[in-house]
Ligand binder design. Structure first.
Ligand SMILES: Nc1ncnc2c1ncn2[C@@H]1O[C@H](COP(=O)(O)OP(=O)(O)OP(=O)(O)O)[C@@H](O)[C@H]1O
Length: 576
């Protein structure tokens, strides 16, 4: 029932078009239903020898009007169906782009995509055609019964058996179709997820010679969809067979019994003809009713998967307007923060430190110590279990995510270039930046040389469909993007191997400049970065092991000494 309510909810906004469609559909059905009665008048007129023009004219008008109305409501409903699908897609797209990071951690992007592309398509007919067909079919069926009763009660009794078969089909067989559809759609989602996984790691797949294995895995999901389709075909065939019986049996019964009664004179021939025609016309609304319920079941199969996305938690506050707040105490302060990923032991425990503005604070620690997790909490990708983080004196839990992220520039270690022009990539976090600001940032990050070398300068397409950038270029692009946002806090996950010495020095200068204006917190992998940092926080297994300057820590922290001795190097990042 919740599924039906959801479907009605999708259709609700279009109730005017649906009501108009229903009225036209009913008028068309009535025009069809009146045709047997008009035919009876034609036959009676033939028998009486009275004028034929009236009855024949009426019949002709009824046929034309019924056809025109059928065309009109089909168009109206198809249009409305497209609108319903669009509004469901729009809503899903909006939600998917705002899903909370923990929800994204547990989901396969390809499967989520298929809910927008494939599942929503199944709603097309379910929310419009099916609803109208059910109402129209039921009304047509009841209308036919009334006409039949007025014609002959005995013959009507004979046709009632067929209705029992229709009821059996709707009550027993059709709900099974819903389950099959959900299964098929889940398998289609798995195909999307599998392809996404393999194409997302295409180089690893190729380098590992794993094409055939990935193909087998994805094909397996496609096969599951086919088998679910086979089961659906079986139910559809069963429905088709039973419906055929339900429609032909009363026809033959009425013809046999009615013929016998007409022969004995207890039934007028014109009544028998009209009754047979009514039986004939009754099959259409009943078939429509069954078709409507079938389509509804298919839609309900898809609704289940769409609702799963609607039930996932989103970051509703990312669209909130961002207002400037006073910077009470410039800098970042982390107080006693504890955090754990679902089902894992604590990734951060009792973490406290301060990173005042004006200067660079480096976070170091062995792999898995919780450095990236700390950055994720600073941007409110996750919420700490306890403790508090303040940015410029304000508790970030009290700000909207939009406000928190507006204050922060973030440079991921392996930041992607988005498909589009170089300029759109640069301006991605700050669409309103001026040309002068853009020039400054390009110079600071040594990207001006690259822009000069590229065929179309800033308009060169980069990312998926354009010129591929080297790892170092992407890193500088990410830094430029973050700096252009003029953040209060710059979070930088330093690259380990992407930059040559010349660019490294240039970037350090750019970051130093930024540090005069904002708080720079960086995850450091290079000894040179750490030595020149103003403050160093050593993380070990989610806890702060020590804080201080390079010299202080060399004396005080055995872990830091060990890290420094090994040049703080973490496994090299493979250039793409
Ligand atoms: N999305 C996640 N879900 C569950 N556990 C995670 C997730 N991300 C990280 N972890 C776990 O949390 C711990 C801290 O990871 P984190 O990525 O913060 O370490 P790190 O210090 O940045 O390591 P590295 O230097 O290797 O990048 C690790 O044990 C890791 O396995």
């Amino acid at each position: 029932m919740r599924g039906v309510r959801t479907l009605l909810g999708y259709a609700k906004d279009h109730w005017i078009a649906l009501t108009v469609g229903l009225v036209i559909a009913l008028a068309s059905a009535a025009a069809n239903l009146a045709q047997p009665l008009a035919t009876k008048s034609v036959v009676d007129a033939l028998a009486d020898g009275s004028s034929l023009s009236g009855p024949v004219g009426t019949l002709a008008v009824l046929v034309v009007v019924a056809s025109l109305l059928a065309g009109a409501y089909t168009f109206l409903l198809d249009r409305t169906a497209e609108k319903v699908v669009f509004s469901v897609r729009r809503q899903l797209i909006g939600r998917l782009l705002r899903l909370r990071v923990p929800e994204l951690d547990g989901a396969a992007p390809g499967d989520l995509t298929s809910r927008v592309t494939s599942d929503s398509t199944l709603l097309q007919s379910a929310t419009t055609q099916a609803l109208i067909s059910i109402v129209k079919g039921a009304a047509g069926g009841i209308g036919s019964m009334v006409v039949m009763f007025t014609l002959d009660a005995r013959l009507t009794g004979l046709t009632l058996g067929s209705l029992a078969l229709v009821a059996l089909t709707i009550g027993v067989l059709l709900p099974k179709i819903r389950r099959v559809i959900t299964k098929a759609q889940e398998a289609v989602g798995e195909v999307g997820a599998g392809l996404d996984r393999a194409l997302g790691a295409a180089r690893t797949v190729k380098a590992s010679g794993a094409e055939a294995r990935e193909e087998a895995a994805v094909t397996d999901s496609a096969r599951k969809a086919m088998h679910a389709g086979f089961t659906g075909a079986k139910y559809n065939a069963l429905v088709g067979g039973i419906m055929n019986l339900a429609f032909s049996a009363p026809f033959l019964l009425v013809l046999g019994a009615g013929g016998a009664w007409a022969a004995t004179g207890s039934l007028q021939l014109s009544t028998l003809i009209a009754f047979l025609l009514t039986v004939f016309y009754m099959t259409e609304p009943l078939a429509e009713l069954v078709q409507g319920v079938t389509t509804l079941q298919q839609g309900l199969g898809a609704v289940k998967r769409i609702r799963e996305v609607e039930d996932m938690a989103i970051e509703a506050d990312v669209d909130a307007p961002v207002t400037a707040v006073e910077r009470a105490a410039p800098g970042i302060a982390v107080h006693n923060v504890k955090f754990q990923y679902a089902g894992r032991s604590a990734a951060l425990d009792s973490v406290s430190f301060e990173a005042p503005a004006g200067g660079r604070t480096a976070i170091v620690g062995p792999s898995g110590a919780g450095k990236t997790t700390l950055f994720a909490l600073l941007q409110r990708f996750y919420e700490p279990e306890s403790g508090m983080i303040t940015v410029d004196g304000t508790d970030i839990a009290k700000l909207t995510r939009a406000e928190v992220r507006r204050r922060i520039g973030y440079v991921e270690q392996d930041a992607p270039a988005l498909s589009g022009t170089l300029e759109s990539n640069l301006r991605y976090a700050a669409p309103d930046a001026t040309d002068e600001e853009l020039e400054d940032v390009l110079r600071a990050t040594r990207l001006s040389d690259l822009v000069e070398r590229l065929p179309d300068g800033l308009n060169t397409m980069v990312g998926t469909r354009g010129v591929a950038l080297s790892g170092g270029e992407r890193q500088r692009l990410a830094i430029a993007r973050a700096l252009l946002r003029r953040p209060q806090v710059l979070l930088m996950d330093e690259a380990t191997s992407q930059l040559d010495a010349r660019n490294e020095v240039a970037l350090r200068e750019a970051v130093d400049q930024a540090a005069e204006r904002c708080t720079v917190l960086l995850i450091a992998h290079r000894l040179s970065t750490v030595v020149s940092a103003d403050r160093i926080v050593v993380l070990e297994r989610g806890r702060v092991a020590a804080t201080g300057t390079h010299e202080q820590l060399l004396g005080a922290s055995p872990l830091y000494r060990e890290l420094a001795a090994s040049q703080l190097l973490v496994p090299e990042v493979v250039e793409q």
